[in-house]
Each structure stands twice: as C-alpha cells, then as structure tokens.
Design a binder for this molecule. Sequence first.
Ligand code: CA
Length: 715
Amino acid sequence: MRFSVFLLLAVSSLATYPSVEHEHLVNVDSTPGSWLTHGRSYREERQSPLTQITLDNVGELGLAWYFDTGTRRGLEASPLVIDGVIYSTGSWSHVFANDAVNGELIWQYDPQVPKAWGVNACCDVVNRGVAAWGDNIYLGTLDGRLVALDRQNGHVVWTSLTIDPTRPYTITGAPRIIKGNVIIGNGGAEYGVRGYVSAYDAHDGSLRWRFYTVPGNPEEPFESTAMEMAAETWSGDLWWKVGGGGTVWDSMAYDVELDLLYIGVGNGAPWNRHIRSPGGGDNLFLSSIVALRPETGEYVWHYQTTPGDSWDYTATQHMILADLMIDGALRKVLMQAPKNGFFYVLDRASGELISAEKYVPASWASHVDLSTGRPVETENADHSIEAKTTKPAPFGGHNWQPMAFNETTGLVYIPAMDGLAPYSTARNFTYLPGGHWNLGQSESDVVLPGNRHLINAVIKRIFKGHLLAWDPVTQKEAWRVEHETMWNGGVLTTAANLVFQGTGDGRLVAYRADSGEQLWETRTLTGVIAPPISYQINDEQYIAVMAGWGGAPTLAFNLPGSTNGANGRLLVYKLGGEANLPVTPEARTIPTPPPRHGSEESIDAGQVLYNTHCGRCHGAGLEGSGLLPDLRDMGHDGTANTPEVFKAIVLQGAYREMGMVSFADVLSETDTEAVYDYIVDAAHTRLEEREASPFWREVEAWFMDLAGALIVWFI
Ligand code: CA
C-alpha cells in the first residue's frame, strides 16, 4: 500500500515537474509565466513580458503571501519559478521551495555551512539564487560546494567541492547552466585568492573545464595560452602568493547565436597595484569582461574596464545583452555599469568598445579613449606616495544589484550610487593568510571620527543612492529617483511600461518605465537589496522579492535612512492581494554595561584596533545595521561581561561555532583588552546619551550634522 502511494506520488510529480532543457532556456518567451534562469533569459535583461499588471491597476497591488526565512542577514536571491513552485535562497546558502500561489513550504535544504566560514565572506553570508536544469536545481554554497538537488524534494543528487578549502574562497553567486554545463565562479579577492570559473557536468558533478582569470605560480606551466598572454601584464612575484584576485563572483551572460559565455571578473588581490605588481602592467584579466566558449572554457576575447585596478573596481557587475540601433546600424551589444563609474557598450561578437560614459561621478579617470578603448587616468588615480580621495568608493557606482533593460523604452535601469573613499599605499605590506583582508592600503591613513553621530552624518553626505534610467545609445541619463539611502534593491521591468525596485528604507516601489513617475509603493518592514521578479499562474500575475537587509556596507555602517526592522522574507504581491505582514515591534532594551575599564590610552588604542579588525563586520565605530551583534550589548545574556570572557571569545575562539573565530593571529592579550575597554566605554557613552535630555540630544545631532557637512566639504 505504502509502495503504491509512493508510485502515485512519483507519477503525479513527473507530470507536474517537466525537465528543464536547453530549448526552454533559449525560448523563455514561450513560457512567459515562468522565471527559468537568473536574469529571466540568457540575455539577463530582467524584463518580464507579462502585462496583467498595468499602469492603470498597479495601485491595486497587495500582498498575496509571505514566507519568513528566519534570519536578519542579507537576502540577495533572484528566485526561479518553474511549474508553480518558487525556488529562493536565504542567508547561509539555505534553499526554499514554496508553492508559488499560496506560499506553502514544499521543502527546504540547509547545506550546513560551518558558521566559522562566515569570516571569509567579505560582504555578508548571502546567496543570489539557484539554477535549474533537467530535474534538478543547482546551488553554490558559501563554503565553496556546488550542490545538485532533486527539484521535487530537495534531496542531494551530487556535491562537488569547487575550491581549495585551505584558502578563503566563498560562493555567493547563482550558477548558470549552458547545454548541461553548470558554470560557477567564487569570491574572496579581498582576502587573497586566485580567481577562476569552472564548468561541471550537470548529471554527475564532474569537472568539465576551468578557466583561470589571473596567472599563478610563475614556476609552474601555464594552464592556457590566455594565461601565457596574461602573465606578460604582471610584474614582481608577490601577486601569486597572495592570489592575484580576479574572482568571478557574480555576473555571467550567454549569447545563444554566437555561442559565447561572458564572465565578469573582479578586483585584484591585494587591491593596491603598487604592491601587487610594482613594475606596473594591466594585470589581465582583472576587472575585465571575458568571452569564453561554454563547452570548453576556451578564451575568445576580453575587454578590460580598469587596467591595473587599484580601487576594487570589479567588472563583476550585471551584464545585459541587447540589440541596439547605433549610428544607423543594428549592433549586438553587451552592456555593463561596473563599479568604476563608466557605462560600457561593447560589441559582444568582438569585444570592441562602442561607447563608455560616466553614469556617476568618477575622479580616477577623465574619460575612456574610444580609439584605444582605455581609460585616461587623472592624477587622482595615483595613491602610491600620498593618500587620495577617489570617486567612486569601493562599493562602486553600481554593485551586484541587478539592472533591467526595457526593450520598449530602450532604457537601462541602474541601482546607482554616489560615493568616495580614501585610497593609500601600505608602507610595509605583510600578507596575512586566512580570514584577513589583504588590501595593501595604509590603515593609519583612514581615520574614522570617534563620535558615532559624526560618522553617520559624514556617511549620509558621502554615500547617496538613486534609481537611474540610462539611455545606452546616447549614453545619457533619462531620469532618476533619489533614494533615502545609498544601498537599494535590484530592478525588474515589465512589458507594461513598469519598473519595480525595493529600497534600503524598507519599501517596494513601482514606477513608470518611460518617465520615472511613482505609481505605487508598499512597506516591506526591512531594507530590500534583492531584485524583484514576476511570474503568472492561473491567469494571475505576481511580483516577488526577497526582503532582507544586508551586504558589505550594512555590516560596516548603520546606513542613515535604512531599516533592518524584521526577519528576511520572501514577499509576493498580486492585484487585490489582502495578506498583511505581521508588525513585530522591536523590544529593544539597552543592557547595563560592565564597569568602565582601562586607561584613556587603552580606550583610544582599542578604538583603532576595533576599527581595523572588528568594524568591518560589527560596524565602524560600533555602529552596524544589527546583522551581527552590537558589541555594546555584551553581557546582556550574562556572559561576556568581563575582560577574561571577552579574551576567551576573541583569542581562544569560544564562539567559533556561532561564527566568531579567533583573532589571536593579529591581536595580543593587551590589544584585546584595549578593544574591550573601548567597547565598554562606548556602551556607557550610549547609555549616557539615552539619559540626556531630548533638547541636548537634538542640539548635539544638529551640531554633528554641521560638523559632518564641514568634513565632507573639506574632502
Ligand atoms: Ca571586491
């Protein structure tokens, strides 16, 4: 009896879960209600052909259902929708399969990533989604595994380790699948790794090919002729010991007709070119778009956006393929708005540069020379002798948040950012293996103001975000919408002249695609960074988005105007939806800190050490977004309230299982006590501020705002 029920289930499942094949992925418009691959199609344009939700009725959108992923870490996934099931990923590489109509959880998969691996993730323990092929879906885990899961029940079909586990590699990007090859890269260039992209057989997980993006040990043979060419553009011998960087951590696109796979390559390791390659050189294929044969990984062409990158100006940002009429000719183009501030339009058959213009302020280069295809650097680009303040910041003019291209308006919608950062050169660079950044910057050149209100006032003025509608033919802005905060969501556009974007201040908004006029918005209770998607089932169109605040700048800063007010959720909207989000008021009490401890000198030393080693995850100046514990709260659970307990955590790794690894390789006992002294002092200061009169708090806020404005003016 049990066997026959099982058979019945198996048969009905076969009927409702047809295999995803090449023909489906190259003809996604034949199943417009689905979302079969990361960017909806291989062209990655993120335009849905669905038109039930229109300019006229978009105001009637309401919540259909939501699913709580159970964490407050970042959510960056673009879900897939196949045959009535929506597949999304949460933090720590969890996978969720929900009924796309009512949200019921069908299965979930937790790959059990060791929490201690989180220290290797520069930019939060995020994941950008799964890929589908055959009867499986495919996941890259934070600790470098590629996992095939049975799409019907989430059972593991095979697992392949894609990395050297002795190096701080991660995977956060979504795989792409081309003719049975699962393509996956990795992250880790901030720490020091060698970048590559690999293809695995979708059936059994065996490695088909691997393309390295930077050369390795000069004493070993080149893996490819492309590496032989690249090696000519590097100097010295430090780079390959650190790793060189060039990780392929996010974007890819595939041209079906030209049979070309495009990969976006990341920044150098270390960042600083004067240390990485002291004799100069372009350092191929850092910050490049590279075209490969998807069946062999053979190199075809490359275009380097930032030769000799020294600013974390990755070219891993979203790439969109389109056919544009330029100067009277229909051109097959690839478009990218990488971190470096220029919007590029390339001929995707040859890699030839068609045009490049600044889409945000950029001070490192004056322009891109169309005859050479190279940027013309300004004197601001040279930070070998003295520190320079340069635009854009390492967060980029645009980061991983996907853009969208609307074929009717002809516009590309960019989650754009203004910003700047100090860049400098370390006097004595020492490579630190393991989970430490190796940027080659001089930490002492980057002095953060001690007052947290002042930090926030400065950040608010330096970092700004907007939704930018960009005409790729004229290389000009069509319209923009300014946002409250710099860090906002990816973009969806639809054939009904609509654009959808979530925001860092906790909204999902619909705009007219041709004008930017706002038509609808709803509260999401927490900041949104993921891109919305759209699907249709039983004649109802849905808009789905992962709402969960996180990512690199949210760990480092409590971004002004942002909110991290609820658990991360998958939110799904439809016309007339009547569900409500549970409003969970924050029961936030400020614990009484342990007594002040240590001398003024120790507290000051602790502040510098904290900002060097701890602030990247726990918040600069102890001001984070609440993704990781606010260390000023320590002791609230009756534990880490003495210097001894604090040292057991920081030096002996007492909280390793929770993700807090030992820092004994960089901090001494005295250092650790100084950090403790600083945190306790800051906890008392926070308490005193709470107890101050509202009037004086306002006066201080006003004064700090003014001071922040002055600081930014002087920069
Ligand atoms: Ca980077």
